[in-house]
Design a protein around this ligand. Structure first.
Ligand code: SF4
Length: 489
């Protein structure tokens, strides 16, 4: 008989409602709650609060609210708070009851301002440590890459700071004050320099215009990922126009500080294959599995019909080069700023050379640049062409793309807030969540071969189907054999 729904009438009281029972056993938030101890927030932020005045929302609850915001990629804090009373699982996760007074959305922005990005960095580092304790991190081979993130500002907000019209405008004075504030907050030890200081967004001065097909205000996220289970071990955010190669060493340093494990090999794409990076890796004893930029440049030179530097043979005994024309290039000028020396043949020799059109377009003849630490560089470059390095470079592409693609689920590709330090908070939370996901997967891994679900009556398991197929096969085989024996007889 068909059931008919009566007129819906809300009950005045609900007795015996256990919010804990309403959240399923394998709910992801239940697992997060079991794995992560949010009480650490009390000790982390205790100095940010005074002894008197209004009682704040407990810091672990604020942390959980921020985590929900990113985990479910909720558009805004207002939306999070207005959705909260409708979500039993969120209420349970926060330790709230059904009729609990929901805090105002502003508690989150106030807490961010009060705590700063360091608290969130510390949270991220704690998760990395938990991953190490769970045996999910090897730490010896690190993959590095960066990705652009759209800033939370319109292109229309960009102004040319050199135009007098803008400088005379009232709004520019406020912007200038903010810029001064910003430059104080930028830590030069982080290893980056913003390229474009002329065009500035008046709504988010930390973001930079990046033109990759389409000009956009962007930030750049830099990550170091461990090869074993793809745990993010170090991360940083810079304005979008920063050269990512400058961030390689700071990331390696952060990886070491956070994990306590020294990387033995770093894997990155050709943009990181600079002389400085190769030599820095050499000095700290790290293998650089990075495609050599010089190789690409040499191929390009050969393609254009000019001899590449590979064609010039160096003789360490005489400290000279021998060119394809068989002439000697002797050391000339020394450039301390770029740590290199120029080698050249006499001007007259090059002028009279028959191979000149294949060697140089310069009227004074061909010059070869040699770095003062060329032997170390050559050794590092040689290692970057090994079979293992090539394999790592291949792996890197998919591994890093996966890491960034997973972050898109948490809204990583769009800045939620404005300002570099807020962007860092967003990135720490996204990376922490990604690592938590790996941790949960590992901790709650189903035990293999112990429990098998009993089959319902009338259903046939795959194993029994396979055994039936095997029995039929055996039967046919014996029939064929019998037929063969009869024919033989
Ligand atoms: S142009 Fe000069 S450097 Fe080049 S092959 Fe001729 S002599 Fe040698």
């Amino acid at each position: 008989m068909m059931g008919v729904q009566g007129q819906q009438q809300g009950r005045l009281f609900y007795l015996g409602v256990d919010i804990n029972k309403r959240v399923r056993k394998d709910h992801p938030l239940r697992r997060v709650k079991e794995v992560i101890d949010f009480d650490f927030a009390y000790s982390e932020v205790k100095d940010c609060y005074g002894g008197n005045g209004n009682v704040s929302v407990p810091p672990p609850v604020i942390f959980k609210l921020m985590l929900l915001l990113i985990f479910y990629n909720v558009r805004s804090e207002r939306e999070l708070m207005s959705t909260l009373p409708e979500r039993i699982d969120w209420l349970w996760f926060l330790g709230y009851d059904l009729d609990f007074q929901i805090p105002n959305h502003s508690v989150l922005s106030k807490a961010r301002k009060k705590w700063g990005a360091e608290v969130f960095e510390s949270f991220f580092e704690r998760i990395v440590m938990q991953c190490i304790e769970a045996g999910l991190l090897d730490g010896r081979k690190i993959f590095i890459d960066s990705s652009l993130v759209d800033a939370n500002a319109s292109n229309n907000s960009v102004i040319d700071s050199k135009k007098l019209k803008h400088q005379l405008h009232k709004r520019y004075k406020t912007l200038e004050a903010r810029l001064e504030e910003k430059s104080e907050s930028v830590d030069p030890s982080r290893g980056y320099v913003k390229k474009n200081g002329r065009y500035i967004s008046s709504t988010d001065p930390d973001a930079a215009i990046v033109n990759r097909g389409k000009a956009k205000l962007s930030y750049q996220v830099h990550r170091a990922v461990d090869g074993q289970k793809e745990i993010i071990t170090a991360t940083d955010v810079t304005p979008g126009d920063v050269n990512e190669a400058h961030l390689m060493l700071p990331l390696l340093k952060k990886h070491h500080e956070t994990t306590g494990i020294k990387a033995e090999a770093v894997v990155a794409d050709s943009k990181y294959g600079t002389i400085d990076n190769f030599l820095a890796c050499h000095d700290v004893g790290i293998r650089a599995h990075i495609p050599d930029l010089r190789e690409t440049a040499a191929k390009r030179t050969e393609k254009s019909g000019i001899f590449s530097e590979h064609r010039f043979e160096y003789d360490p005994k005489t400290d000279t080069y021998r060119c394809p024309g068989g002439n000697v290039l002797k050391p000339k000028s020394l450039h301390m700023d770029r740590q290199s020396r120029d080698y050249a043949a006499p001007k007259k020799t090059c002028a009279a050379c028959q191979l000149r059109h294949q060697c140089t377009k310069n009227k004074s003849g061909r010059t070869i640049k040699r770095h003062l630490r060329q032997e170390d560089l050559d050794r590092m470059r040689e290692a970057s062409r090994s079979a293992l390095a090539k394999q790592d470079i291949k792996t890197r592409q998919h591994l890093m793309e996966r890491s960034f693609a997973r972050s898109v689920r948490y809204g990583f590709d769009q800045a939620r807030w404005r300002g570099l330090w807020r962007m860092r908070i967003q990135e720490y939370l996204v990376c922490a969540i990604q690592n938590i996901q790996v941790l949960i997967k590992h901790v709650f891994k189903p035990k293999r071969g112990i429990v098998t679900q009993p089959l319902a009556t009338g259903t046939v398991s795959m194993a029994s189907i396979l055994s039936m197929v095997a029995a039929v096969g055996d039967f046919l085989h014996s029939l064929i054999k019998l037929n063969y024996v009869v024919n033989e007889a």
